[in-house]
Design a binder for this molecule. Structure first.
Ligand code: 6GU
Length: 254
């Protein structure tokens, strides 16, 4: 998976991606990240890439041409790595007006070989270049950030961990939160007794069938308590439905 990021703050992207699991994935060659500074494609000596909005109003707007040149630079670089036919590219514009990002979108993006991100700043980007290059509009939630870099990092992180080889434990990407519209069960580690609180008995039993049943029940209970909205899309047995309904009605201690 090759990520390309058009941004005015390449250090923000590179610094974050070079840490932790994504950093290890880069060093192992499972993913690559190339941040391209839109400012490098400015045509004036002050390296400005923004201007006043037509029609007036507060703030500045990023100009079309530096963004377009930056995109063409990335486009040519990607195409030159393929021998024959040109590949189609997804260009993701991070904007609060986009579709709210979720695990299903992360899984779809993980199937791409290349992903290009466009991070806006100031009051936005000239609409004409957006219409020319962008294929996907993505938001990370209903609040406003100062720029698209943090959202791009959020999307790249979620996608990276679905790329084969990135997580050491290949089942962990599947058994956790959201994989079947259920939240993950609670986890415990040593000591067995912590300040008077003990670990649930079943976890010490080593009885695989009982464990699997407990994990599943805990996921259902937790989802019913914390995110009952997810249960509409979850595939539950009759028994699990009844458990969820009971938890929603009477709480955890039913
Ligand atoms: Cl993608 N961009 C900005 N600027 N703010 C956001 C966002 C994106 N998603 C949520 N808030």
């Amino acid at each position: 998976m090759h990520f390309y990021v058009m941004t005015l703050f390449p250090d923000m992207i590179n610094n974050a991606m070079s840490e932790s699991i994504t950093g290890r994935a880069i060093r192992a060659g499972h993913i690559s990240v190339k941040s391209v500074n839109i400012r490098d494609f400015s045509d004036n000596k002050h390296k400005h890439v923004d201007d006043y909005p037509y029609g007036g109003g507060a703030g500045m707007v990023m100009q079309a041409e530096p963004v377009y040149k930056c995109y063409r630079h990335i486009y040519e670089e990607i195409q030159s790595t393929y021998k024959e036919n040109r590949v189609s590219l997804r260009v993701v514009y991070l904007t609060p007006q986009g579709k709210t990002f979720n695990q299903k979108m992360a899984a779809e993006y993980a199937n791409e070989e290349n992903l290009v991100f466009l991070c806006g700043h100031y009051e936005g980007i000239d609409e004409r270049v957006i219409e020319k290059i962008v294929t996907d509009y993505v938001s990370i939630g209903d609040y406003v950030l100062t720029g698209g870099e943090l959202p791009a990092l959020v999307v790249m992180d979620a996608v990276s961990r679905l790329v084969p080889g990135v997580l050491n434990n290949c089942i962990s990407a599947h058994t956790e939160s959201f994989s079947d519209n259920l939240l993950e069960y609670p986890q415990y580690t040593r000591p067995e007794n912590w300040r008077g609180e003990s670990v649930p008995e079943v976890l010490l039993s080593g009885h695989h069938q009982k464990l699997a049943k407990w994990y599943r029940e805990q996921s259902v209970i937790r989802t019913a308590l914390m995110r009952p909205d997810l249960l509409e899309e979850a595939e539950l047995t009759q028994e699990e439905r009844e458990l969820a309904d009971k938890v929603i009605k009477y709480g955890k201690e039913t």
